[in-house]
Design a protein around this ligand. Structure first.
Ligand SMILES: CC(C)(COP(=O)(O)OP(=O)(O)OC[C@H]1O[C@@H](n2cnc3c(N)ncnc32)[C@H](O)[C@@H]1OP(=O)(O)O)[C@@H](O)C(=O)NCCC(=O)NCCS
Length: 174
């Protein structure tokens, strides 16, 4: 299976915060933002995998600043690394005033998607990622460690099997 560039599946989604998206203080509800992040990341994952992909996990999502009614937000989803049947997606959210063009990063997160075979709906192998820019290479380099950490937290990997994380702390014997 051929490897694919990050740019080939990068997904950019723009939304305007409307009254129905906000809490009683007039700021965007966190759940609405996470839904949009999930949609952008899901499109990015499907583009890379050339198959439908389901959300397997969402890593820590932080909310650095409130996003107000009438703000515009841009969600950028980029694949960082492909494993076997799963891929990691990095999502960055920038928000600002639509008339002033002052966009600031307000959130980011990592999500993991699993590609499914269209007939059996079982996990299927995904194309590898070919990082090109300095930032893409950096994000790719940390992906295996993040994967081990999230699988351990989900109870799907034992500490003894987390080779990437162990290598950060243990001296090698040679
Ligand atoms: C994600 C899902 C397809 C995994 O199925 P499974 O039978 O457990 O499959 P496997 O054990 O073979 O794992 C498949 C891949 O999922 C990854 N995975 C499973 N759980 C994971 C988790 N919590 N976090 C990150 N990756 C996970 C595995 O690491 C594996 O990746 P790899 O092949 O690249 O190594 C299955 O759990 C599922 O369908 N979950 C529901 C998805 C969904 O409905 N999402 C929307 C939620 S609202």
């Amino acid at each position: 299976m051929n490897s694919k560039t990050v740019a080939s599946s990068r997904t950019v989604m723009t939304e305007l915060v409307m009254p129905n998206d906000t809490n009683p203080l007039g700021d965007l509800m966190g759940g609405n933002l996470m839904r949009w992040m999930d949609i952008a990341a899901g499109i990015c994952a499907a583009r890379h995998c050339e198959a439908h992909a389901v959300t397997a996990s969402v890593d820590h999502v932080s909310f650095r600043r409130p996003i107000h009614l009438g703000n515009v937000l841009t969600i950028t989803a980029s694949v960082t690394c492909a494993f076997n049947t799963s891929i990691e997606i990095f999502i960055k959210v920038a928000t600002g005033n639509v008339t002033q063009g002052d966009m600031h990063v307000s959130n980011h997160a990592y999500m993991t998607f699993v590609a499914l075979d269209p007939y059996t709906h079982k996990p299927k192998t995904v194309p590898k990622v070919k990082p090109e820019t300095e930032q893409e290479i950096k994000l790719c380099d940390g992906a295996a460690r993040r994967r081990e950490l999230r699988l351990m937290l989900a109870g799907r990997m034992e500490v003894k099997d987390a080779v990437e994380i162990k290598a950060m702390f243990l001296e090698t014997e040679d």
